[in-house]
Structures are given as structure tokens and as C-alpha cells.
Write a protein that binds this ligand. Structure first.
Ligand SMILES: Cc1cc2nc3c(=O)[nH]c(=O)nc-3n(C[C@H](O)[C@H](O)[C@H](O)COP(=O)(O)O)c2cc1C
Length: 377
């Protein structure tokens, strides 16, 4: 059984995570159970202070584990542990604390006669292994996103469409925000691996290939991600440009969403926003209402964990249709872009935008991202 758990942990490590930080540390604690702790040095204190992206990534990890288990005719039960709602107590750096796991996943053999013989998930372990983010040009596609049966959206989660113009505008605002906040930009640079000579090139972070950067440009920029005397002036310049474009962009006005969506070109990718409703999520569970109010994400962490599972299913839904996803968290990270996004989608008080991504037909090969668990030859 422990080989089985090892295999499932290896599969789950293919889950996506912001900046490819892989913030999880899994430990087999019994014949059938695995506990997962968060690795403090793999969180993003500047870019993700609410731990939204960390918990979404943990959810994607759980979903990947469950897909592998399902293929082997096991169900999983997932227990969110109290430490999941106390992530702000984590240190900013350091290793995972195995005595303070955030979740426990337990395998249960599927009872005879339930589910299909080969598993109940519509996705396969191979889908989990092969899915990847694509940051190059995405072309339009006939997929409507109305039929999400395989994604199995709970009633408190919805997928909203954003128009091309708003997407481009809010993304520019979000990028300007990142550039103009030295702590956020510095953190991003520390996860870039622009040269194969970088000691962590095959382990974590985002490589030049993943970002689709031309090789000469990547080699030119690489030293600035590692050498302080080059990085700090670069951050200074980026800050000035980012700040200036943030104020310039602020003045823009957009046509109504419905009109702009109707005018969307069929050649454009689709832009989607995963929205959670905190009130509906807490409906059957009164303590969750307070938990949602306590959480800086605006929704209780165990619900964000479930949303992370759904996010992985959405990305796999795209993958199994020959499409690729390009995430755009900058629309949520920048308070200004986030506010305008909420307005654009007419979100209510208890609605929380958790993830933004574009989907389309990739114009090139989808690069393979590294993992800590890859065997480096
Ligand atoms: C919650 C979450 C937020 C993310 N935000 C972004 C983003 O804003 N921009 C981006 O380019 N990639 C984003 N990503 C994608 C990760 O960078 C990507 O998953 C990671 O580098 C591993 O690559 P892979 O998904 O191709 O395996 C995000 C992923 C997750 C799970």
C-alpha cells in the first residue's frame, strides 16, 4: 500500500502551483493515509499574503491524488485540519512542520458495484501528468463552457466569462501593480529560472521555456534574477514604469460587458473567472460563515481547498479538449484590477473571484514544467 501512496504522491506533485512553488509536503502516516503540510519557504508572502494561491494549489494536489486513486479503484476522503485555517501563523521561511499538517487524505477501496469498473473520475492519471500551462498565443475554439458535467461544479462555484477588452486592460493594470511593488516583483524574480545553469532549473520555479522567452533575451535577463546589484536597479526602473502605467491606465472606460462579449472575435481565447459565493458555500455549515469572515481570502480555507480541486478539473477539462490554459492571477492580486473586475462581472458582496485564466488552442508546444520530484539524470 505504501508504494501505492508513494505513486499517488508522485502523481499529485504534477499539480499546478503559483510560480511553480510546489508549496506542499506530503508524508505517509498510515497504511492508507497521507498528511500534507505547507512549506513556508514555498509560500509567497508578498504576492499571495492571503494564502489564496497556496490553498488553491493544495486543492489541485488533492484532486490530482484523487484522480490517480480513482483509476486504481480507490475513493479518497479529505479532511481539512485546523492548521489550514491558521496559515497566517506560518513562519515566512523554513521547512514544512510535519507536526502541523493542514490536511489528511485517506484511501478507501471502492465497494463492489459502485462506480464504473475503471474509476469514477472523468480524468486520468495521464491527463494529470500531461497537462501544462501555455503562455504563448492562444487561438479561439468552439468549446462553449456551458457543459461542465465532468467538472462537477458545486452550486456555490460559478465560471464567469470576461471579454477580451476588459481582460487586456485589467491584465495591464495587474502587471503594472506587480512591477510597481518592489516586494512582489522581487519575489517573482526569485522564482524565475532563465538559464539552464541556474541550480534549481530542473526543480521548481518558472523557466525561460515555460515563459516562452527567446533564448538570447532570457540569457541577458538571467543575471538580474540572481545578482542583487543588477536586480535592485532593475526593480527601481520597473517600479517607476509600473507606477506611471497604473495611473495612466486608471482613466480607461469600457463598453458594457454583454456588448463586448457579443463582439468577441472567434479567433480570441476565452477568458474565465472562477467565482465562489461565500454565503452559499457556508449554507449547510454555520461555523463556516464566521470562518469565511475570518479568512483574508473572503471564503473559508476548506472551501478554497475544494475550489482548488475544481480549478484543476477545469484545467483538465480544457486539456482533454486539446486546449491549454494561461492563468492571470494579476487581475486578482492588484487591488485596483480586482475592484474593476468585480464591477465588470457585477459580483455581489459574498462573491469572491478566486482565479482568472484564458483558454484556447495553443499555438505551439506546451512546455513541461519541472518538479522537485523529477528524477534528474
Ligand atoms: C492558483 C494558481 C495561480 C496561478 N497564477 C498564475 C499567473 O498569474 N500567471 C501565470 O503565468 N501562471 C500562473 N499559474 C500557473 C503556474 O505558474 C504553473 O502552474 C506552474 O508554473 C507549473 O506549471 P504547469 O502548470 O505547466 O505544470 C498559477 C497556478 C495556480 C495553481
Amino acid at each position: 500500500m505504501s508504494t501505492l501512496l508513494d505513486d499517488l504522491i508522485l502523481l499529485a506533485s504534477r499539480a499546478p502551483s503559483a510560480h511553480n512553488t510546489q508549496p506542499w509536503s506530503a508524508r505517509i502516516v498510515s497504511e492508507t493515509s497521507v498528511e500534507v503540510s505547507v512549506v513556508p519557504s514555498r509560500t509567497l508572502p508578498a504576492g499571495d499574503p492571503s494564502f489564496r494561491d497556496v490553498v488553491l494549489a493544495l486543492g489541485a494536489w488533492v484532486e490530482s491524488f484523487a484522480i490517480g486513486a480513482s483509476e486504481l479503484r480507490f475513493d479518497v476522503s479529505v479532511e481539512a485540519l485546523p492548521a489550514l485555517e491558521r496559515l497566517e501563523e506560518l513562519p515566512v521561511v523554513g521547512r514544512a512542520d510535519p507536526s502541523s499538517p493542514v490536511l489528511r487524505v485517506t484511501l478507501r477501496p471502492r465497494e463492489a458495484g459502485t462506480g464504473s469498473p475503471v474509476g469514477t473520475s472523468p480524468f486520468s492519471a495521464d491527463d494529470v501528468r500531461q497537462r501544462g500551462v501555455f503562455r504563448g498565443r492562444l487561438a479561439g475554439h468552439p468549446e462553449t463552457w456551458d457543459d461542465l458535467v465532468d467538472v462537477d461544479l458545486p452550486p456555490w462555484l460559478s465560471v464567469r466569462r470576461l471579454d477580451d477588452r476588459a481582460m487586456a486592460y485589467l491584465s495591464r493594470l495587474g502587471i503594472a501593480f506587480t512591477a510597481s511593488r518592489p516586494s512582489v516583483a522581487k519575489e517573482l524574480l526569485s522564482w524565475l529560472r532563465l538559464d539552464p545553469k541556474h541550480p534549481r532549473y530542473r526543480l521548481d520555479g518558472m523557466t525561460d521555456v515555460m515563459l516562452g522567452l527567446p533564448r538570447p533575451l532570457a540569457r541577458l535577463a538571467a543575471p538580474a534574477t540572481r545578482r542583487r546589484h543588477l536586480r535592485d536597479p532593475l526593480l527601481g526602473v520597473a517600479g517607476v514604469i509600473g507606477g506611471a502605467s497604473e495611473s495612466l491606465e486608471r482613466a480607461r472606460s469600457l463598453r458594457p460587458l454583454a456588448l463586448s462579449l457579443a463582439e468577441s472575435s472567434p479567433d480570441s481565447p476565452t477568458h474565465l473567472v472562477l467565482v465562489a459565493n461565500a454565503r452559499l458555500a457556508a449554507l449547510d455549515d454555520a461555523p463556516r460563515v464566521t470562518a469565511a469572515m475570518d479568512s483574508s481570502i473572503g471564503i473559508a480555507e476548506p472551501d478554497v481547498l475544494d475550489a482548488g480541486r475544481v480549478l484543476q478539473r477545469l484545467w483538465l477539462h480544457a486539456f482533454t479538449r486539446g486546449l491549454a490554459v494561461s492563468p492571470h492571477s494579476e487581475l486578482i492580486d492588484s487591488p485596483l484590477a480586482h475592484g474593476l473586475l468585480r464591477k465588470r462581472l457585477s459580483l455581489g458582496r459574498s462573491d469572491v473571484a478566486l482565479a482568472v485564466f484564458s483558454v484556447g488552442v495553443p499555438s505551439g508546444e506546451v512546455p513541461r514544467s519541472p518538479r522537485l520530484t523529477d528524477v534528474v539524470s
